[in-house]
Every structure is written in C-alpha cells, then in structure tokens.
Design a protein around this ligand. Structure first.
Ligand SMILES: NC(=O)c1ccc[n+]([C@@H]2O[C@H](COP(=O)([O-])OP(=O)(O)OC[C@H]3O[C@@H](n4cnc5c(N)ncnc54)[C@H](OP(=O)(O)O)[C@@H]3O)[C@@H](O)[C@H]2O)c1
Length: 251
C-alpha cells in the first residue's frame, strides 16, 4: 500500500493528491507568473506541460517536477517549434484541459517613435503571434474532443493605455479581440477567455515600474488566488474578458 501511494505521488509530480488532475499547458514557465502557476497547479495535483526559452530554468523544472509534468525549451514565436512541441505533447501526454498563453514580453519604456522596428516586431511576435501559434497547434485536438478552456493572458493595458508602452498595449488589445473572435468559433463545451492577471511583482513589472513594483504581490502570492480561479473556468465563461481578483487589478 505504501509503495502504491509512493508511486502515485511520483506520477502526480510529487503531489499529495490523486492522478485524476487536469493536464495544463502553460507557455512562459521559466519565470514570473508562469513559474508560480506551475508550482501551484502541481501542488494541487494537476500535471503541467510547460515551455520557455531559457534552457537552464527548463532543466531545473525537470529536476524539480517529475513526469507526467513535462518542460521543454521552446520559443512561442516559432511556429515550427510550437508545431513540433504540440505534436509530441498530444501524442505522449494527451489533449490539454487548460491551455494558458502566458508567455509575454514588454518593450523597454519608450515613446512609440523611439522604438525600433526589430523591438516592435519582437513584442508582436511573442505576445500576439506566439499565442496564435500555440492555438493553431493545440486547439484542433481540443475541438475534436469537444472540451477545454483556452486562456490568453491580456493585461490592464489590454483595456486601457499608458505612455511608453504602446507596442505592448497594441498586442494586449489585439489579444482581447483575437480571443473574443476565437470564442465565437469554438464548439459548445469549450471556452476562450482573455485574462487580465492584475499587477504582480515580476521581471516584467520591474522593467516598466522600476522599484515601485515591490509594492505589488509576488507571483507566488498571486498564484494562490489565480490558480483556483483558473481551475473553475468553464464553458459559461466563453468570450468573457476576466480579471484575476487580486488587489489593484480593477483600479
Ligand atoms: N506582471 C504583471 O503585473 C502583468 C500584468 C499584466 C499582464 N501580465 C502578463 O502576464 C504574462 C506573464 O508575465 P510575467 O510578469 O510573468 O512576465 P515575466 O516575469 O517577464 O516572464 C515572462 C515569461 O515568458 C517567457 N517568454 C518570453 N518570451 C518567450 C518566448 N518567445 N517563448 C517562450 N516563452 C517566452 C519567459 O521565459 P524565457 O525568457 O525563458 O523565454 C518567462 O518565463 C505576460 O503575458 C504578461 O504580459 C503581467
């Protein structure tokens, strides 16, 4: 009995909960919100399939969280890399229940006309085209099964604007529109949701807020609220722009 329990814990990625958890795909798991969600989903007994570009952090995640959790060094901006990653995951881990398009970049603080074409393209390639790449290669299997929730990480700056973050705002407003159109395409039983996570002290926030980012919740504090919120999403949420109920998110 003890051996069976130990095997089950191993299969659940060292969680104390059963293996009946959900399969959750998260992009951008190496830092910030993605990293914090990974730990919290696994703690609650779910399996996380994650990607990010930083190979060192991906290797650490593999050491820390046993299969069926699975971590790969993949760039969401590459349609070919996402195609190969999704094919492997769908064949070996099955169809995700929750698909979280979390990976993102922000431009350095600067006026729109001061931002070069390369930097502008990079923000669009990751924040907007990256989410579309992931949807292109994972969602057909979810549609074939007829269930699953897709969450595209938006921002307060997907519903309002500020100076010096125009490229980022443009991509997050686009994510809101892309997600609502996707919601109109999905069959009954599924949902697509644009999500404003709130304001959280991560590398991204420090890049635009500087030291005052320290006044906001940590990613770990945020994940304790966000993960149960994400696990409750279902078909009735399809097309609803949502916000994680954390301090400051509705300011
Ligand atoms: N923090 C906030 O207050 C806040 C507010 C509103 C919205 N958001 C949104 O929430 C999401 C997460 O933000 P965060 O604050 O956690 O940012 P972060 O700390 O900068 O982390 C970003 C994550 O995205 C990954 N990433 C970036 N480019 C990637 C690429 N091309 N391919 C794969 N992964 C990539 C990074 O990993 P690698 O560098 O290893 O690739 C990292 O794991 C973003 O979509 C962001 O726009 C955050």
């Amino acid at each position: 009995m003890a051996a069976a329990d130990a095997m089950e814990r191993h299969a659940a990625g060292n969680s104390n909960m059963s293996t009946q958890g959900k399969t959750i795909v998260i992009t951008g798991v190496t830092r910030g919100l993605g990293r914090a969600m990974t730990g919290e989903f696994i703690r609650l007994g779910h399996s996380v399939i994650g990607c990010g570009r930083s190979e060192k952090e991906i290797a650490q995640l593999r050491m820390q969280f046993a299969p069926p959790n699975h971590f790969s060094a993949v760039d969401v901006a590459s349609d070919a890399q996402i195609a190969a990653w999704a094919k492997n995951i769908l064949e070996t881990r099955g169809v995700p229940d929750l698909l979280l398009n979390n990976a993102g970049l922000i431009n350095r603080n600067a006026k729109l006309w001061e931002i070069g074409a390369d930097e502008f393209s990079r923000v669009v390639d990751v924040n907007l085209k990256g989410a579309a790449n992931v949807i292109r290669h994972f969602v057909p299997a979810m549609v074939a099964r007829g269930s699953g929730v897709i969450v595209n990480f938006s921002s307060g700056w997907g519903r309002s604007t500020d100076a010096e973050v125009a490229p980022y705002c443009a991509t997050k407003w686009a994510i809101e529109g892309l997600t609502q159109a996707l919601a109109q395409e999905l069959p009954p039983g599924m949902a697509a949701v644009p999500l404003n996570p709130g304001i959280i002290d991560t590398d991204m926030l420090r890049s635009c807020f500087g030291g005052s980012a320290g006044g906001y919740p940590t990613a770990q504090e945020w994940a304790k609220i966000a993960v149960p919120f994400l696990l409750k999403l279902g078909p009735s949420d399809n097309g609803r722009p949502l916000t994680v109920p954390v301090r400051g998110a509705n300011d």
